[in-house]
Design a protein around this ligand. Structure first.
Ligand code: 4NP
Length: 154
């Protein structure tokens, strides 16, 4: 699975809150380590396609010095399973939806993992700012660990 360079896709439901933050944090940690990886994000739903990240997600990231304002939401498509080495999902509902799209392709199914191993990143959309701060902390720690793993693979 350790292709060179690494191609990674973060996935949530709307691609306007959690996975854009994950994309920004993966880029940040990749840059910190001087790695060359392709990073993108997508949503299992097309509901917010074409939109920039939720203002609250942008604010939380800006608070930490990371600009995600230029990202735009898009839907996860079957071809992503060919283009990316890892499909990292935020919760078990994303997992089920991504697995359904992958169908019976064992190679594609093997690429899908929870972004935070053995935990779900809670959907912050209907909550307040503290939900985004919690997402930041969980995703930041996990992104750092993923990037460290890839650095030892590459
Ligand atoms: P995300 O959050 O999956 O982290 O981008 C959500 C964004 C929008 C909706 C749900 C979750 N929505 O229902 O519109």
């Amino acid at each position: 699975m350790s292709k060179h360079p690494m191609n990674v896709l973060a996935v949530c439901l709307g691609n306007i809150c959690r996975s854009p933050m994950a994309e920004g944090l993966l880029r940040h940690h990749i840059q910190q380590r001087g790695l060359r990886c392709r990073v993108d994000s997508a949503g299992t739903s097309a509901h917010h396609a074409g939109e920039h990240p939720d203002r609250r997600a942008q604010q939380e990231m800006r608070r930490h010095g990371i600009d995600i304002s230029k990202q735009t939401s898009r839907q996860l498509v079957r071809k992503d399973f060919e283009r990316f080495d890892w499909i990292l999902v935020m919760d078990r509902s994303n997992l089920a939806n991504a697995q359904e799209l992958a169908g019976h392709n064992e190679g594609h199914l093997a690429k899908i993992k929870l972004f935070v191993p053995d935990a779900e990143v809670p959907d912050p959309y209907y909550g307040g700012a503290e939900g985004f701060s919690q997402v930041y902390d969980m995703v930041d720690a996990a992104a750092e660990r993923w990037v460290a793993t890839w650095q030892s693979d590459i």
